[in-house]
Design a protein around this ligand. Structure first.
Ligand code: HEM
Length: 141
């Protein structure tokens, strides 16, 4: 369970701050990504997108962790290591349609639920991530 989420109306602003900021943000994002990929790796609903990934998910886990740490407003770990993410371009080798996008969001929302994310963080972060996931779409269906 997360215990660092501030109530609505507090002056905490970024997702990273709501997730604990310097005190626990990095650790909470690590947990989110680990849970997200554990779900992708085991839930039959995510099998089609799991199959797009290599057997070993450790690199994907590390890169999503680094990316989301910066994306939420924390240290820009991904950019410091790899430069501009060019995320849409990097996803072009994979056939991402509405169904793939929704499977990705399904894993992420399930991970947030399992970790006890509360409102308004849950909905706001899911909405913002949906925008990114939809931007990755390069196919219909
Ligand atoms: C919409 C559905 C999505 C699918 C099916 C998908 C699939 C993939 C796959 C197959 C890889 C390659 C993994 C590897 O080679 O180990 C990847 C890499 C990555 N994805 Fe996604 N992804 C999706 C959405 C997203 C979203 C929404 C984000 C960010 C919020 C994201 C962030 C990343 C990052 C940071 C990488 C590593 C890029 C690199 O190689 O440096 N992906 N994704």
């Amino acid at each position: 369970m997360l215990n660092k989420i501030e109530p609505p109306g507090s002056n905490k602003s970024t997702f990273f701050e709501l997730l604990g900021g310097e005190a626990g943000g990095v650790e909470n994002i690590r947990k989110l990504v680990e849970t997200f990929y554990d779900i992708m790796d085991s839930d039959p609903k995510a099998q089609p997108i799991r199959a797009m990934h290599p057997a070993d998910l450790s690199s994907a886990r590390e890169k999503l962790f680094m990316f989301l740490t910066g994306w939420t407003g924390g240290p820009q770990l991904y950019i410091e290591r790899y430069g501009h993410p060019f995320l849409r371009q990097r996803h072009m080798p994979f056939s991402i349609n509405e169904s793939a996008r929704d499977q990705w969001m399904y894993c992420m929302i399930k991970a947030m639920e399992q970790l006890g994310y509360q409102e308004p963080l849950m909905t706001k972060m899911a909405e913002q991530l949906y925008g990114v996931a939809d931007f990755m779409r390069n196919q219909h269906g």
